[in-house]
Write a protein that binds this ligand. Sequence first.
Ligand code: OGA
Ligand code: NI
Length: 322
Amino acid sequence: MTVTKAETEFKIPVIDVSGYLQNDKESPDSKEVVAAIRSACKDPGFFQVTGHSVPAGLRDQTLKSLHEFFALPEEVKSQIHRTDENTVGYEVVGQQKVEVGDRKEGFVFGPEPFPAQFTKVKNQWLEDSACPGFNATLQQYYDEVRKLSKSMFRLLALSLDLEETYFDEFVASQESLTMCKAHRYPPTTKEMSTQTKGIGAHSDFGALTLLLQDEIGGLEVLYEPENKWYPVQYVPDAYVVNIGDMMERWTNNRYKSTKHRVISPVSGKYRFSIGIFNEGLMHQLIECIPTCIDKGEKPLHKPILAETYLRESLAATYAVGA
Ligand code: OGA
Ligand code: NI
C-alpha cells in the first residue's frame, strides 16, 4: 500500500476585491472579501489581489517605462544616484561585489514633499528628455496605487472589526509616508543561479506592501511550519500584498509579517518589480488595536510612535533615511 504524502497547507490566496469595491460594505459580496482578507492576513500574511482599481494600461506603461529607465547608460542613471544623505533615487546595491544578485538595481521615490521629519530627503528625477514619459508615468502610478492602498486598509479595518475609515489618515493623508521602490534583477545562467539571490530573506518593516511583479518569477515566501520556501506564482493583473512588521505589531501579532526573498531563476531576461510600501504616519502611536486583544490577554508590544519605530527599523536597512 502506498501512503500518499499529505499536501502542504501552504497557499497564497488570490482574492478578487471587486465585490467590495463595487458594493456597500454590508453586502454579502463585501463580507466575503473581508473574510478572505482576514484569513489571509492571519496566515500566511501574503495574498494576491485581483479586481482592483489600477488600470491595466497604466501598469503596462509603468513596466515599459522601467525597462527604458534601467536600460539607460550607467552615467545617465548615476546622475540621480542616492547618497548617504538623500537616500532616494537610483541605486546599484553592492556595486563592488562579484555575485550576480548584487547587480540588482533600484529606483526609489516617495511623497512630494517628504514629511517634515525627513529634512534631507528629496526625490530625484532625470530631465524628461533623458527618458521621455518616465517621471509622469511613475508619479501617476504612485497616485493610483496609493488609492488602492487606501481601499486595502479599509478592508483591513473591516477585517479587524473596526470602523471602515480607521486607517484612512494613517495611509492616505498628506503626511503619510508612502515609498515606491522599483527593481531590475539581472538575467541568470544555470551556473550563476546557485550562488545568487535577488534579495535575501527579510520581512517588510512598514505596514502594508503592494507589489507588481512581471512574469519571470523568483519571489518566494517562507512557510515556517515546514521551514520551506514557496514561490509566489505570477498571476496576470494581480498585486502581491503583504503585511509588514508595523502592522504585525499594531495587531498584537494577529496579522503576520512573513519572511520572503527573491531568488534568481534561470532566465535570459531581466526581471522587473515595483512595490508601494505604506510606512504610515509619523505621529501615529502604534499601540495594540483594541479589537486585537482578548479579555485577560496582555499586549505583546509596548506602544511606540511610528516615527521612532521607523527610525529604529531604518537604521538597520537602507530604504530611506532622515
Ligand atoms: C522588497 C521585496 C520583492 C520583489 O523590496 O522588500 O521584497 O519581487 N521585493 O522585488
Ligand atoms: Ni520585501
